[in-house]
Structure formats: structure tokens, C-alpha cells
Write a protein that binds this ligand. Sequence first.
Ligand SMILES: Cc1cc2nc3c(=O)[nH]c(=O)nc-3n(C[C@H](O)[C@H](O)[C@H](O)COP(=O)(O)OP(=O)(O)OC[C@H]3O[C@@H](n4cnc5c(N)ncnc54)[C@H](O)[C@@H]3O)c2cc1C
Length: 447
Amino acid sequence: MSDIDVAIMGGGACGMFAALRAAQNPDLSIVIFEKSTEEWCNTQVSSGSLAAGGTRFQAAAGIEDSPQRHADDIIKVSRDESTRNLVEALCAVAPVYTEWLADALDYPIELGVDMPRGGQSVPRLHTDIGRQGGQFFVRRLRDAITQTPNIAFVDRTPGVGLLAEDGRVVGVRVLETTGEADVRADAVVLATDGFAANAELLAEYIPEVVDDYFSGVSTSTGDALAWAIELGASTRHMGSFLGHGLIVPGHGTRLNPSLPFRGALLVTAEGERFVDEHAHGYSSLGVYVRALPERRAFILWPSDVHEEVLHSELMRESERAGAFGRFDSVSEVCSALGINEATLTQTIDDFICRDIVSGSERKLTFPLYAARITSGILTTQGGLDVDLSGRVIRSSGGVIPGLYAGGGTAVGISGADSRGYSSGNGLLSACGLGWIIGEQLADGIRV
Ligand SMILES: Cc1cc2nc3c(=O)[nH]c(=O)nc-3n(C[C@H](O)[C@H](O)[C@H](O)COP(=O)(O)OP(=O)(O)OC[C@H]3O[C@@H](n4cnc5c(N)ncnc54)[C@H](O)[C@@H]3O)c2cc1C
């Protein structure tokens, strides 16, 4: 006899999407066990950019897109055909839940037509109208959870393990203030995110980022991975991660990923270009910055696009932190940031500043804005292997009955390393798999 129908471990995007969709069935009792809302989740610190192809927001902007085109773009960047079916399943539900957020949760959505990203053949990032990002997104989801009678959100109650009988998961073990307690459930959803905050696991699977700037949350310690692996779960792409090439050292803030596509110039301390500014998403750019001496580079961008790129919470945060400056001459920027002046003068002279939003091509002129940058890791993208329903696959074949996983706990859709991440893949995995799992639980499907 179960205590509840569905136990969800983790109250980020994946956990909350799974809960809200499962709760459509009023006969189900659903409990989200959350480690600590005080320490935040990655969904909360994210920019909240939702990738979806074929939405009414795109149609209104005259943009032709579809789930298939979205999926094809993702695969082109990830170079991972093995995840095609999962990618297509996620892209199919993305426009559905994006419109549901607007209609059912009154979430004010706009299409980011000014948010060009590497690998996206058309604008498809959707964001809240005020560009407040993840905090606002999470608040709206938590409000919806509070208003749903058959969901309980139990904070400061981390999961510490799974209950299993004859190879089937039958519940979870949680840590309450009074001690450990066993909760029996018909289905368990693992939504505790990845392991980027776990130094030991990072050293084992992604040693190149151990010295990178970590921009994620302290709660992503990979707890659920260990429980599922103990039960024989299979994992995939454990070396994959969402990196970043535009972290400002000392401040830890990030610059707007649109900058390289809006005409910014990227140089080394020697004042030389080291990458094609238009050829990479921000995760892939991190690979090139990471390879430089002291993982140090510089970015310079035109002052007339500055006001436009400030229209994002992360850029406003960078501004508040004093993470970039405005400079009137090449000698001023070089002496402030420590760049070789003779070479930078020549580099600027040779550089064509191309803005893919306005389509303009021109010289980079002063005054301009500039900042030091370094590489970072935001979240891991490898994890538990799942089928198209989010059921956890056993390394010996078949699935582990009663067990589902999504978001950063499950294998991502960004291939084997950080080059394969397309903007929006993180929340696509979290919201998409949460949605798919929740719908099935609502329908009463059990393994
Ligand atoms: C700085 C930053 C910016 C980003 N920007 C974007 C973006 O704009 N678009 C995009 O698509 N992706 C973005 N991402 C990636 C995206 O945020 C993540 O992929 C996504 O939020 C993961 O969702 P999740 O539900 O799996 O995990 P989370 O949102 O991290 O939620 C996991 C929850 O599980 C809880 N938990 C952990 N362990 C336990 C336990 N033992 N028991 C119970 N609960 C537990 C945590 O406290 C947390 O609340 C960004 C990431 C970062 C760090």
C-alpha cells in the first residue's frame, strides 16, 4: 500500500512541470520533496530562455519554424544522432507548454527576436516580457503549485535514497527535521538536476572544468544519480556540460550571449582574435576561452548596441557589479584591461563588425564597451539514460519499474561535450521531460 501516488524529488522546472501535469488527474496525490528553496535551483538562476519551434509568438512575428526544424538544428550542433528520438519528442511538446505557460499560468511571454544564438536558424528563444529571467519563472510555477490542491511542496526535506523491492522502485527515503522517513509511492520522479556543484564527480567526469568559474547553484550535487546507479541505471554523456565563455572574472556575472552576434570583437591579452565571433554558442565559446593562458580573454562591443543588450537581467546584473567599462580610446581600454596596444590597434583596424540583428557591417569605433572574460561551467548535461517516456533505463536492458528522471538528472540533448549545447537545451530537457512524464502519470500509465 502506497502512502502517495507520485513522489517527485526536486522542485525546479522539471519537478514542477511533472507535478503540474500529473495533477490534471485529481485522483492522484503528488508530493514534491525539495532539498532547500533557500539555496535555489538552477531554473531560478537561469535566464529563463525557453527554446520552442512553431509557437504562435513566432507566427505573430512572421517567423516560420516547426518542432522538426528545432530538432534538426539541435542535432546539427550536438552531432549526436543517438538522441534524435528524444530531441524530437522534446521539441514536439515545447510549443505546447510554451503556449500553456502563457494561457494557463498567465506567464507574460515574448519572442526574443533580438536574441540571436549560435546554431539557431531562426529566432526561437521565448522569454518573459520584462526579461527578469528564472526567478520570475520559478515564482510563477510555485504559485501554480500552491494553487493546485493535489500537490504538496515539502521544502527542506531532501531525498536521501530510493526504496526498491524486487527491482521495482516503491518509494523514497527523505530526511525530515526529526530524522529519516520512508515514503511509499507508486511512481518516483528524479528531478534533482546534475552534478556541477559536486567537486568529486566533476573531477571524475569533467576534469577540464575543475578550475573554471562555477555559475550554477549549490544544490546540484548529483544526489539522485547515485541512487539510481546503485539500482543498475545506465548513464550517458557524463562528460557533457553547459559551459560559458562570457563570464566576467572577479564579478562572476555573465555578459549577454548576443554580444558576439551583435558585432563584438573577442581578443586575447596579446590583442589578437582567437575565434570567429559568429561561429559559436556561448557554451562552445567557453572551449576556446578555456584553452587560452590563464583562461583569460577580452570582449569589446559597439556603444550603439549597448543599450539594446542591456535589456536582459544578466546584463543589468553585470552593470550593477561594474563588470564592464566604457572606453574612449584604444590606449584607455588597453591600460585599464591589460591588452597589448599595438596589436589591438591593428586588430580593430582589420575587424569588420557584423550585427546579425540589424544586418549592418562596419568598423568598430570608439567609444566602445569592454570587459575581461573567462570560461565557466553552469550545469552538467549528462545523466541517467531514459526512454521517450522519461523512464530510467537499466544498464542490463529494460527499464527500472516505477522510476522516471528528467531535467539535469537525465541525459541531456547536447551530445558528448560542451560544444554541443544549443541555447535553451537545459530548460527544454527540464520542462519537456517534466511535461511528458507528468502527462503519462496523469493518464495512469505505470511500468
Ligand atoms: C546561470 C545559468 C543560466 C542558465 N540559463 C538557461 C536558459 O536561459 N535557458 C535554458 O534552457 N537553460 C538555462 N540554464 C540551464 C537550466 O537552468 C537547467 O538546465 C535547468 O534549470 C535544470 O532544471 P532541473 O529542474 O533539472 O533542475 P533545477 O532547476 O536545478 O532543480 C533541481 C531541484 O532539485 C533540488 N534537489 C537537489 N538535490 C535534492 C535532493 N537530494 N532531494 C530533493 N531535492 C533536491 C534542488 O534544490 C533544486 O531545487 C542555465 C543554467 C544556469 C546555471
